[in-house]
Ligand binder design. Structure first.
Ligand code: CA
Length: 709
C-alpha cells in the first residue's frame, strides 16, 4: 500500500417575478449594474451578477421552477462551442438576458442567455509562453460586471475593462509589479464600491503575493496590499500593507525568505462583506513550499495560508486568521469563502466559512476573525485537530518531513481546491467538492533556486507510475472524490457521495431543493439537497470542473455550466483524459429542453515513437531527474500524459535529436506555449531528457504490441 500511495502521489422565489421585473426595465443590461444593484443582488434571483451569485458568495439560486420533483424533465436548451480546448473553470455572469463568461487563455464571450447566440468574443492574445508560468493550467474563472463594463484579468497580468455591448477595450492596465517574474492570473476580479480588485498566482515558481484595487471607471490604482514581507533592505513598499508587514508579519519570517518571493499569492477568493464593510482575501502557500528552506524552519510566516480582512476603501489591515502556520505542504487558504449568519449555541453569529486545502472546515466570526469551530472534512494526516483556544492546528510532527520523507494527506491538490462550494439557507448545508489524495513530501537538501522555473524545495522522484497496468488501475481507483453536504453548525456531514476520482466540479444549490454538480468524467448531475439522492444526469462528453449557475429570463429558469476538462490534477497526473469532446462548451439546460450534443468521436492517439539511438544508462537517469522537476507538471509523471497536453512518448520529434533540441532547447514551438529550456539546461541535458522519454516510449510500444494501453 505504501508503494501504491507513494505512486498515487502523482504530484502532484417570487423568484420568477423578481427576474421578470428587472428584464427590460430601466436598468436593462449591465449598464444598469451599479453599486446599489450589486448590494441588492439577492432581490434579483433571475440574474447572476457576481462571481458567487451575491456578495455573500453562497452560490444559492433562489429560483424554484426546477425542483426535485420535475428535474427529470431537464434537458439541453442550448450549447455553445468555445474557442479554446483547455480547462474551463469560469462562473458565467448573467445579467438581463446576456451571459458573460471566460474560457481558457482569458478569452471573454458574451452570449444571448436564451438562445446561446454569440454577441461578441474578445481574445486578449496572451503570449502563450506565459502558459509555462501557470502552475495549474491556462484557465480563467470568470468576469465581473459594472456600469456597462465587463472586467477580465488575463493570464499575463492585464486587467481589462470591455464595453459590455461591443466587447471593445475601454481600458487596460498591467497589474504585475514585475511582468518578467512568473506571475499569472486565473482568478475572477471582483467589483466592490466602484473598484475592481484582483490578485495573482505564481507561488510554485517564486513570487511575492499581493492584491490591488483599481478605479473601475479608469483603471487607476487605488491601493495595493502585499500579503508577505519583502526584502527589508529595500525599505517599505509605500503600500497599504507597510505597517502591518513591518509590525505583525515581519517577525514571523526568518533567513533570506525574500529571495524566493515568499509566496502568499491571492489567486482566487476575494469576498466583500456588505454588512460589515470588510474585504476578505484568501492567501496562498509559501514559496518555496518547504518551510525549512523558505524560513529556516522558523516562524508562522504571516500572512501565508490565511484569511485576511481588509478595509475595502483603503486596503488597511483589519484582522487575519491563519489556517496553516509555517505552511510547508502547499496548503493555500485561497479557497472560496462563503458569508452567512448561523445560529450557534443559541445566538446568531455573522460567520465566514472556508474549506481550504488543508482538510479542515473553518467557521470564523467575521466581526473580529475569531475561530468558532474547525473540523476535518476529509482525511488529514498532518494534524489531529484544531485547538479552539489558540486557533492553531495540533500538528503531527512527522508530517513536516524534517528528518525523513513523509506521506501526507491532503496532497498539494488539496482536500478541497478552487472548485466552489455552495450553501443553501434552506437546508443549512454547505455542498463541498472534496477529494482524497496523498503526497510524499521529501526535503531537498541541496536546493538551488532557478529563476522562473518551479521552485518547491521538495524532491520529486521519477519512477512513481507503475508500468504494470493492473497496479496502475489499482492506484487510480484508490483516489477518490466526494460531494459532501456539510452541516457547518454541527461540523459534520449530513450526507456524502463518493466519486471514482478526484477533481470534480464546483456546486450550485437552488431553492428547488437541488444541488447541481458536474464531475471529472463528464456527468452533469442533480441531487436532492436534503438527502443526496441522485435525480438527474447528463453526459457532457468532457470532464466538468467549473461550477454551475442558475438564472431566469422571461419566467424560464435555466441552469448553465462550462464544460471542459483541465487544471492542475489532469496536467500532473498520469491518468487518461476522459474527454470525448475536444473543445470546451457552455451547456445550458431548462425544463423540456430538447437540444442534443453532436455525437462525439473517440480520440485517436499516435503510436509510441521511440528513438532508435543508443543512450547510456547515465543519460536516462539524468533525463529522468530533469523530467521529474520540469516536464512532469504539464506532460505528466514519468512521461505518462493525461492527454491534456501532448504525450511525449508519442511525439513526432522524439525520434529525431535535432528536432527535439529545436523544440525543447531552442523553443521552436513557443507560439504553442512550449518555451525554450535553454534558460536552464544545456543541449546535452535536453538530449538526456530525450533518452529518458525514449525509454518510456519503448515501454509504451511494448505494451501496445501486447495489446494493452
Ligand atoms: Ca500552490
Amino acid at each position: 500500500m505504501k508503494r501504491m500511495m507513494k505512486s498515487a502521489a502523482v504530484l502532484l422565489a417570487g423568484t420568477m417575478m423578481a427576474g421578470l421585473a428587472v428584464s427590460g426595465g430601466p436598468g436593462s443590461g449591465v449598464r444598469g449594474v451599479d453599486a446599489q444593484r450589486l448590494v441588492n443582488a439577492r432581490n434579483e434571483p433571475g440574474n447572476w451578477m457576481t462571481h458567487g451569485g451575491t456578495y455573500a458568495e453562497q452560490r444559492f439560486a433562489d429560483l424554484s421552477q426546477i425542483t426535485a420533483e420535475n428535474v427529470g424533465q431537464l434537458g439541453l436548451a442550448w450549447y455553445a462551442d468555445l474557442p479554446t480546448n483547455r480547462g474551463q473553470e469560469a462562473t458565467p455572469i448573467v445579467v438581463d438576458g446576456t451571459m458573460y463568461t471566460t474560457t481558457s487563455w482569458s478569452n471573454v464571450m458574451a452570449l444571448d442567455a436564451v438562445t446561446g447566440k454569440v454577441k461578441w468574443h474578445y481574445d486578449p492574445q496572451v503570449d502563450k509562453a506565459r502558459g509555462h508560468s501557470a502552475c495549474c493550467d491556462v484557465v480563467n474563472r470568470g468576469v465581473a460586471v459594472w456600469n456597462g463594463l465587463v472586467f477580465v484579468a488575463a493570464l499575463d497580468g492585464r486587467l481589462i475593462a470591455l464595453d459590455a455591448n461591443t466587447g471593445k477595450v475601454k481600458w487596460s492596465t498591467q497589474t504585475f509589479t514585475d511582468p518578467t517574474k512568473p506571475y499569472t492570473i486565473t482568478g475572477a476580479p471582483r467589483v466592490v464600491k466602484g473598484m475592481v480588485i484582483i490578485g495573482n498566482g505564481g507561488a510554485e515558481l517564486g513570487v511575492r503575493g499581493y492584491v490591488t484595487a483599481y478605479d473601475a471607471s479608469t483603471g487607476k490604482k487605488k491601493w495595493r496590499f502585499f500579503t508577505v514581507p519583502g526584502n527589508p533592505a529595500n525599505g517599505p513598499d509605500g503600500e497599504a500593507s507597510d505597517s502591518v508587514l513591518a509590525g505583525k508579519a515581519g517577525p514571523t519570517w526568518h533567513g533570506e525568505y525574500w529571495k524566493g518571493g515568499a509566496g502568499g499569492t491571492a489567486w482566487d477568493a476575494i469576498v466583500y462583506d456588505q454588512e460589515l464593510d470588510q474585504l476578505y482575501i484568501g492567501v496562498g502557500n509559501g514559496s518555496p513550499w518547504n518551510h525549512m528552506i523558505r524560513s529556516e524552519g522558523k516562524g508562522d510566516n504571516l500572512f501565508l495560508s490565511s484569511v485576511l480582512a481588509l478595509k475595502p476603501d483603503t486596503g488597511e489591515y483589519l484582522w487575519h486568521y491563519q489556517t496553516t502556520p509555517g505552511e510547508t505542504w502547499d496548503y493555500t487558504a485561497t479557497q472560496p469563502i462563503i458569508l452567512s449568519t448561523l445560529m450557534i449555541e443559541g445566538r446568531p453569529r455573522k460567520v465566514l466559512m472556508q474549506a481550504p486545502k488543508n482538510g479542515f472546515f473553518y467557521v470564523i466570526d467575521r466581526e473580529g476573525g475569531q475561530l468558532i469551530s474547525a473540523k476535518g472534512f476529509a482525511t488529514q494526516t498532518w494534524a489531529t485537530g484544531v485547538d479552539l483556544k489558540t486557533g492553531r492546528p495540533i500538528e503531527n510532527p512527522e508530517a513536516r518531513y524534517l528528518k525523513a520523507g513523509s506521506l501526507v494527506m491532503p496532497s498539494p491538490l488539496g482536500a478541497h481546491n478552487w472548485h466552489p462550494m455552495s450553501f443553501s439557507p434552506r437546508t443549512g448545508l454547505v455542498y463541498l467538492p472534496a477529494q482524497e489524495l496523498p503526497q510524499l513530501y521529501q526535503n531537498e537538501p541541496g536546493f538551488e533556486r532557478r529563476e522562473g522555473a518551479w521552485n518547491l524545495g521538495i524532491v520529486l522522484d521519477p519512477g512513481t507510475v507503475p508500468d504494470d497496468r493492473a497496479q496502475f488501475k489499482a492506484i487510480k481507483s484508490a483516489l477518490k472524490g466526494k460531494l459532501i453536504a456539510w452541516d457547518p453548525v454541527a461540523q459534520k456531514p449530513a450526507w456524502e457521495i463518493t466519486y471514482d476520482g478526484p477533481w470534480n466540479g464546483g456546486t450550485l444549490a437552488t431553492a428547488g431543493n437541488l444541488v447541481f454538480q458536474g464531475n471529472g468524467v463528464g456527468d452533469f448531475q442533480a441531487f436532492n439537497a436534503s438527502t443526496g439522492d441522485k435525480l438527474w444526469s447528463f453526459n457532457a462528453q468532457t470532464g466538468i470542473i467549473a461550477p454551475p449557475v442558475s438564472y431566469s429570463v422571461n419566467g424560464q429558469q435555466y441552469v448553465a455550466v462550462m464544460a471542459g476538462y483541465g487544471g492542475a490534477y489532469p496536467l500532473t497526473s498520469a491518468f487518461e483524459d476522459p474527454r470525448e469532446a475536444r473543445n470546451g462548451r457552455v451547456l445550458v439546460f431548462k425544463l423540456g429542453g430538447k437540444r442534443q450534443l453532436p455525437k462525439a468521436t473517440q480520440p485517436v492517439f499516435a503510436a509510441a515513437n521511440p528513438p532508435g539511438d543508443a543512450f547510456t544508462p547515465a543519460q536516462v537517469t539524468e533525463g529522468a531527474r530533469i523530467y521529474a522537476t520540469n516536464c512532469a507538471f504539464c506532460h505528466g509523471p514519468d512521461a505518462y500524459s493525461s492527454g491534456i497536453l501532448p504525450d511525449l512518448r508519442r511525439s513526432a520529434v522524439l525520434a529525431d535529436a535535432d528536432a527535439w533540441k529545436a523544440v525543447v532547447h531552442d523553443g521552436a514551438l513557443k507560439a504553442n506555449g512550449m518555451i525554450a529550456f535553454s534558460r536552464w539546461y544545456t543541449p546535452a541535458q535536453v538530449e538526456a531528457v530525450r533518452a529518458y522519454v525514449g525509454q518510456q516510449a519503448k515501454k509504451l510500444q511494448a505494451q501496445e504490441a501486447a495489446g494493452g494501453k
